[in-house]
Design a protein around this ligand. Structure first.
Ligand code: UDP
Ligand code: MG
Length: 310
């Protein structure tokens, strides 16, 4: 028998623990046919509600259910990492607890693994039910990051992925602190098949992502996967030096021909504020990278485990 590890990060998902389990177990016949044992690893990411109690209840019913409980909320990326680390399966799949990653797709995903792919990723083809403004910014973000980064980051990609042990170990070996999974998956390579599905809306509980949270996450992605903004800073530096040089020559020539009129301070103020703005922007870009580097060199653990049930 081969083992499949299902990893489910949970943050305040008490209503979703049981429905998720039931939905997943609808694949029971498939698991038997395919000769798969299953372990379901719920990662409790510092929930404040009854998530842990629910998982424990479920564990009493089915010993294949395992729990890793964090000491506080460390974020979904840390939860995914902890799940990978805990998993023992020959295959590993990551799914959201809110059923937005339909477990009914699993047989299809396995079909591609059996065809020889190392990893089967999913992407939603639309963003039905999402606020239009959020969709708009999300699309712009993907356009921007794909222009800047060599690693392909697919628009609409979910974290829902089925992969072999080999790919999981590759991902585990990247132990960076600022984790941006969507980029990491692409960066490690391997043969990946993309499966598309219609967006499923969350039925219970609510999303943990605020607009501001997503904005910060997108900056993390950019800083983690491209240094293009740093080159932009140098490029602007060169450009403005050149402009200043041209301006100096122009003024010298003009003074020689027309004398030195004393007016012109408004233009001077404009130029000074423009250039200091650019300088601050560049300093900010440097700061972003510096702060991430600072966090990386501290080498803090990604999470602490408070409780674990095998
Ligand atoms: N999640 C988590 N820690 C967090 C935020 C979210 O483990 O700090 C989990 C959450 O419980 C869910 C999954 O990550 O299982 C996706 O979260 P959500 O549905 O809020 O994101 P969305 O689908 O809106 O992108
Ligand atoms: Mg969701």
């Amino acid at each position: 028998m081969e083992l499949l590890s299902v990893i489910v990060p949970c943050f305040n998902e008490e209503e979703n623990i049981f429905p998720f389990y039931e939905e997943l177990m609808k694949n029971d016949a498939f698991f038997k046919d395919r000769g798969l044992d299953v372990e379901i690893i719920y990662i409790n990411d510092g929930s404040k509600d009854k998530t842990v109690d629910m998982i424990k209840k479920l564990h009493e019913r089915d010993a294949r259910v395992k729990l890793v409980s964090f000491s506080r909320n460390f974020g979904k990326e840390s939860a995914i990492y902890a799940g990978f680390k805990k998993s023992k399966g020959d295959y590993v799949v990551m799914m959201d607890a809110d059923l937005q990653d339909p477990p009914s797709l699993l047989p299809e995903l396995f079909g591609y693994i059996d065809k020889g792919y190392d990893s089967v990723a999913t992407r939603r083809v639309n963003r039905k039910g999402e606020p239009p403004i959020r969709s708009f910014f999300a699309r712009q973000f993907y356009k921007l990051i794909n222009k800047m980064s060599k690693t392909e980051i697919v628009d609409g990609a979910r974290d829902y992925r089925l992969m072999t042990r080999q790919v999981t170990d590759a991902i585990l070996s990247l132990c960076e602190y600022n984790r941006f999974s969507k980029g990491i998956y692409g960066w490690v390579g391997y043969e990946t098949k993309w499966v598309e599905f219609e967006n499923v809306e969350r039925t219970r509980g609510e999303t943990k992502w605020s607009f501001w949270g997503l904005f910060k996450y997108s900056l993390e992605g950019i800083v983690a996967f491209t240094t293009a903004p740093l080159s932009l800073a140098s490029f602007m530096g060169v450009l403005f030096c050149f402009l200043a040089f041209v301006l100096i020559i122009f003024i010298i020539v003009r003074t020689c021909i027309f004398g030195d009129p004393t007016d012109g301070w408004p233009s001077l103020v404009c130029i000074i504020s423009l250039i200091s703005g650019v300088q601050l922007l560049c300093l900010g870009i440097m700061g972003q990278y510096l702060s991430k580097t600072y966090l990386e060199v501290k080498k803090r653990p990604l999470y602490f485990i408070k409780e674990e049930i095998e």
